[in-house]
Design a protein. Sequence first.
Length: 482
Amino acid sequence: MSQPVLLVEDDASIAIVITAALEDEGLEVVRCESIKDRDRLLQEQGYAAMLTDVVLKDGDGIETIGTVTEAHPQMPIIILSAQNTLDTAIRATESGAFEYFPKPFDLDELVRAVKQAIGSGASPQVANVSEDTIGLPLVGRSPAMQAVYRMITRVIRNDLTVLILGESGTGKELVAEAIHQLGDRNRGPFVAVNTAAIPAELIESELFGHEKGAFTGAVSRHIGKFEQAQGGTLFLDEIGDMPMQAQTRLLRALQSGMILRVGGREEVPFDARIIAATNKDLAPMIEEGRFREDLFYRLNVVPIQLPPLRERGDDIKALARHFLSQAAKDGLPAHALGDGAADLLCKQPWRGNVRELKNFIYRLALLAREDVIDEQAIHAAMNDTTPVASGQAAPDVEAGPAGKDDLATALGRWLTANAPEQGEIYAKAIAAFERPLFEHMLFATNGNQLRAAQMLGINRNTLRKRLVELEIDPEVYANRVS
């Protein structure tokens, strides 16, 4: 008879359900409720696989897995946990677990994983994760985010190309950074490039570099993003906006592992993990001939779908409290978030997703007068655009109707709070006030870029380019929070 499965779970109801499901598949299950009993049972006989909870009566199920894998290197381990954070998922992966399941989990999927683990016959693989990478700014315990965490833990063990999908402001670059920092390439550079922010005539030079004299103005050799990312990760954001000619060259580079600088004759090998992201639906773009189908398949090896904030439930409360804490560290007044205020935040559509929520919370931290933020403070902050000062640059603020202070007063207050060094005042003041200025004009024009550019007295293309560079989504202001 084959070896049994060891189940370490102190919740009787969960243990009964798992045991019944595994026994229905013809597997024998031995159950215990503590680390002490687990170790005793492991000494008495061998097991085909082990399922263990994290929080047990006498300790942490993950912390002690190292000793188990040393004594039983061929036994796959599956971790179950109600502590549904990215930290827990990464700790599970780092421990050498075969698989990780957050509670509540899909029972059929768990059974499939157990059968796969038993049939794998492979030793657990320990991810190369250092302690200072844990605690990345990915906040939330919703089921949708659990799926994201599990995908992250799966891709950090390999170099497969990842395509991150999601609306603007959902945190696609944060996920890309997490994959980089938690993977084997974390000692190399993380190079991010927003392909939508680069003029079409320059994108190939930016990505692949150019040789001296390749075109007018090419006075020296330029090393492109692919070569800058050697040994690390290249993050191609807004890949759906890449021109077709550049898509063709990108596809060739991904297929061959070689790049050719503009004006160059010899191909240069590159060694970088590729992560791409887009907020667009690529399927209709492929049908319309605006995105190469073969490039899509090359990029879409491992897709990760980020949920919009409105589908993340109580994650909004957790994120709001996280950003309040972050704002306090950045020098803004410290506040607690009242339950009523937190519930009100959860009712907002947050079309700009996490980015919009962060911007709003920073303004809220500046404007709120009481230590505990209530519903009245939320409503007041939704109708104020006072510039926020923190450190050497102002954090992003969501646009809204004009506040009480005029621009000169706000600028004077910002200079007092930040005191830039001589020779830096102009550049830093522009950097601090350009975003709120653009956001205010978009708010005033309901996201109409042409009208906003006319009011500002600048070219529409110039405005559009700066909006992309500043990651400001005009659609947020066409459907603003009320």
